[in-house]
Each structure stands twice: as C-alpha cells, then as structure tokens.
Design a protein. Structure first.
Ligand SMILES: [Fe+2]
Ligand SMILES: [Fe+2]
Length: 301
C-alpha cells in the first residue's frame, strides 16, 4: 500500500514541449571514439545512452501508475508533457544505440540487462518506490543535463561544437533541454501521491550506488571489449585517468546530487530558466539548428 501523501505542493505553470524530432547518424561521419577521440569518455556516454530507452520506459510507467490520482490540471498537463518527451527520448536513443552497436559498442547487451533490471526488477517493488526511484534518477538526469548546458568545459568533451542533427552532441543537448524542462514533474507527482521523505532518501542512496557501480562496471567491460585498449594501452590508460578531472565529477555536481536528500528540496531550487532560454533559442529558435528535424510539437506555450 502507498504511504499517505504529504501536503501536495502547488505546481507552477511550466513549458514542457514534446518535440517529435528525428535525428540521423551517417556512420561514415562518426569517428569510433565519438567523444573527441577519447575512448573512456566515449564508452561512458555510450553506456549512458544504452541505459536511457529502458530507463525512460520505466520512468513513464512509474508516473503513469499514478496518473488517475493527479487531479490538479497543471500537474496533469505536465505529466502528459513528461510522458511525451520521455517516449521520444527513448526512441531517438534506441536509434543512436543501434548506430553505436554497428560501430562496435555493446549497446544492445546493456539494453537487455537494463530491461531485465528495470522491467522485471522494478515490478517487485511497491509502486511508490518505483516512483521514488524515477524521481531520484530524474534528479540525476537534470543535474547532468544542466551541467552539459551550462558548462563549456563539459561540452568541449564532445570536441568542437557541432549543433547539426547528425552529431551525438546535438542529441544530448536536445535531451538535456527537455530533461531540464520536465525535471520537477516526477518529483511533484511523488510529493502529491506519496511524499515520504524517508523513502525518497533511501531510494536516492540506492540509486546513487546502482548508478555509480553500473556506470563504472558497464564502461569498464565495454573498454575491455574494445580492441583499441590493447592496441593503444597507454592512450587508453591516460583517457581513463582523465575521467577523474571530468567536469561531470566535480564537487559542485556531487553537492547538487546530495542536495536531493534535504527535507525541503525541490528540483527547481536550481534555477535553469536562463540556460533553457539560451538553448531553446540555439536549437529551436528562429534560426535553430534542429528546426528542420522537428516533425510536430505539442505542449509549446
Ligand atoms: Fe529523457
Ligand atoms: Fe526525464
């Protein structure tokens, strides 16, 4: 049985646009180590991309479980935007992952492992815990997304800026914009239907452990399966050592992740409005680089 809900928060209006977008990745134009020639970083990003489709399906299921209990019109509308955005993210990452698989990354194997864990494993948990896991992982995706959008050093890990529809960089930037747009939805649904701070903290701690172990183990195995590791061991070792200085592993990012366990935390404590305006403009504004890739939009304000 779900715990009794705490006082439901008032939900402000938010712009959560479902952009039905289609990317394409000409194989000939993507170097094997697409993160600026860095093998370790390429495997980490490929690993994260492999997890997204099944992960996002689970996010959608866990929020949809409570859709009928959301009565506030604004939150109801945002749940629709959240589901729409995550569905397209899953589809586009699947297509990117097929491309990575053809390039030698074990994305399909990781996808199957994640399916087993998220689809079968999460069903053993109460629905309130499934939703709490989604809210915790959404905090991770929003934190990583806003690091990408706001930190030029993080974007430089992709190499020179390329905002065309054929680059991994653009796929991640589009995904980052939408993760930031809907970062509060799963959390607000959780606060509305459950709200237990204890469950929120326990699940966040478990998610942190699983996220770190999964990313490290998955990326390490993928690196060990990569012939480059054996042909160029020193280059690979330097690339692994560089991860320690990655902008994604800085103290401010870790502090922001930990912030989630504060009793009075809310995802919008981290204001990303200016960042979102900037990147919506660059990707989808009057001369946005992705405009010709968008088939339809829904929910745009
Ligand atoms: Fe997503
Ligand atoms: Fe998300």
């Amino acid at each position: 049985m779900s715990p009794a809900p705490a006082a439901a928060p008032a939900v402000p209006a938010r712009k959560i646009t479902t952009r039905r977008i289609e990317f394409e990745y000409p194989t000939s134009q993507t170097p094997r180590h697409f993160m600026n020639g860095d093998p370790a970083m390429s495997h980490v990003v490929a690993m994260l991309s492999s997890v997204f489709p099944e992960g996002e399906d689970m996010f959608v299921r866990s929020v949809r479980n409570y859709r009928d209990r959301i009565t506030e019109p604004e939150l109801k509308k945002q749940v629709g935007g959240f589901i729409g955005q995550e569905a397209i993210h899953g589809r586009e990452h699947r297509s990117f992952n097929e491309h990575l698989q053809a390039m030698g990354y074990p994305t399909l194997f990781i996808d199957r492992c994640v399916h087993y864990g998220f689809f079968h494993g999460s069903r053993l948990l109460p629905k309130s815990w499934q939703l709490a896991i989604t809210a915790a992982l959404e905090h991770y995706t929003a934190t990583l997304a806003e690091t990408l959008l706001g930190n030029a050093e993080a974007r430089a890990e992709f190499g020179p800026e390329d905002l065309s529809a054929a680059s991994a960089q653009t796929l991640l930037l589009w995904h980052a914009v939408e993760e930031s747009e809907h970062k509060a939805v799963a959390f607000d649904v959780y606060q509305t239907v459950c709200g237990s701070h204890r469950i929120r903290v326990i699940t966040m701690n478990l998610v942190t452990l699983g996220f770190l172990l999964g990313t490290v183990a998955g990326s390490a195995v993928a690196l060990l399966l990569d012939g480059h590791t054996y042909r160029h061991p020193i280059h690979t070792a330097r690339s692994v050592a560089r991860l320690r200085r990655s902008p994604w592993l800085r103290r401010d990012v870790a502090r922001r992740i930990r912030d989630y366990n504060r009793r009075d935390f809310h995802p919008e404590d981290h204001d990303a409005a200016a960042l979102l305006d900037e990147w919506r403009g660059r990707l989808f504004g009057a001369s946005g680089t992705l405009n010709d890739r968008i088939r339809t939009t829904a929910g745009a304000a």
